[in-house]
Design a protein around this ligand. Structure first.
Ligand SMILES: [Zn+2]
Length: 387
């Protein structure tokens, strides 16, 4: 299988052992699952399905960032405990992922249950001279990690601008370098806090994923994923932390998914234009959501338009009727072509197109074998096309 590796900046052949360890950054459970989440998690789902089809065994770990700078203000605004909010949104997320027929992760660690592991890592970073403390906050000193920036390939100037936009604090006078980032910080009065050698407080966001991935999958994972906006700073920081401790590659491959906008505007909570999966599921079959998202290549940022839902529902019905409840047939030109498309940098749009062409071209005269291959192609893509 060939995929675009962000670190190599190229589409490369994946060289994987039979067992594949995959870590995908999960949600902060403070709001419902939107289409951007669905597009991201369906990307890795498709990769997993094809890897398993080839014969790999994939161990997926997807975390919950249930304590960070975004869930706490939201819980405060709602007047409920942050853990109560997390429980509620995690349940909704699981329902949405189940409806979308995604492969269940082997582990779903929660940040709040991994604090000890984070503190152990921060301690190791401190002992190795990668940290400093100012006014109760412990920072990672990026000048101690020469590889900082190697994943994104961004210049310092670009990184500073993005850090400012994405939750960093490059203008803080407490930081030695604008790109330094928080490992541990004091909590505000009404925020949760954990006792530690670094003071009573809470973790920075990035150390959470270093700790959870290493706990579940070991020092070097095979494939690390997440939305494209996580390349910097989140994954760059994760690399700096993990590799400073282990001296090993944090991940062999870095695969990132594109971002989704809505009818010409960035989809964002503040603009109130998020398209929620739970809402969309009321209008169309969840399989149609999968099919609609397959029309967009995983690496391409794209805009979602309302008419894509009904179109996908129509396409789904065409596929279901062409399959006519045939038993899946796992060999033949069609299914092999589908596999070739998936192996070619996960070309889901090509897979979707060839399936629809097959379904519409043959209509009711569809031969039993082709219908079986269509059924198999659907299953390979997580779509059960049985009536
Ligand atoms: Zn993460």
């Amino acid at each position: 299988m060939r995929l675009y590796d962000t670190a190599s900046k190229d589409v490369i052949d994946l060289n994987l052992n039979q067992r594949v360890r995959m870590y995908v950054c999960g949600i902060t459970p403070y709001d419902s699952t939107h289409l951007g989440h669905a597009a991201t998690y369906l990307t890795y789902d498709l990769i997993i399905r094809r890897l398993e089809d080839i014969g790999h065994e994939v161990e997926l770990v997807r975390n919950y960032t249930d304590v960070d700078d975004s869930i706490l203000p939201k819980a405060r605004e709602l007047g409920i405990d942050f853990l109560e909010l997390a429980e509620m949104e995690m349940k909704r997320f699981k329902d949405d992922m189940r409806a979308l027929n995604t492969v269940a992760p082997a582990h779903e660690p929660r940040a709040t249950e991994s604090i000890e592991a984070m503190l152990r890592l921060i301690k190791k970073l401190q002992s190795a001279g990668h940290t400093y403390e100012v006014e109760g906050t412990t920072y990672f000193d990026v000048s101690t990690f020469p590889g900082y920036g190697k994943l994104s390939g961004y210049s310092s100037k670009e990184m500073v601008a993005l850090a400012r936009e994405r939750g960093g604090n490059p203008d803080s006078k407490n930081q030695r370098n604008p790109l330094d980032f928080v490992l541990w910080q004091p909590s505000s009065e009404d925020e949760p806090k954990w006792e530690s050698a670094f003071g009573a407080g809470r973790p920075g966001w990035h150390i959470e994923c270093s700790a959870m991935s290493m706990e579940a999958l070991g020092e070097t994972i095979d494939i690390h994923g997440g939305g494209g906006d996580l390349v910097f700073p989140h994954h760059e920081c994760e690399i700096a932390q993990s590799e400073s401790i282990t001296g090993q590659l944090c991940s062999k491959y870095w695969i990132h998914a594109g971002l989704v906008a809505y009818q010409g505007t960035k989809m964002s909570k503040s603009l109130g234009n998020l398209v929620f999966v739970s809402e969309l599921r009321k209008e169309i079959d969840p399989r149609a959501i999968r099919l609609a998202l397959m029309a967009h290549h995983y690496r391409q940022d794209f805009e979602w338009f309302d008419e894509e839902g009904p179109t996908a529902q129509f396409d789904l019905e065409l596929l279901v009727s062409a399959c006519d409840d045939a038993e899946p047939v796992w060999s033949g030109n069609l299914i092999n072509q589908v596999r070739r498309f998936l192996d070619d940098d996960l070309d889901a749009p090509a897979v979707r197109a060839i399936m629809l062409r097959e379904a519409s071209g043959k209509g009711d005269e569809l031969g039993v074998v082709r219908a079986g291959e269509l059924r198999a192609a659907g299953l390979l893509c997580g779509l059960d096309l049985a009536g």
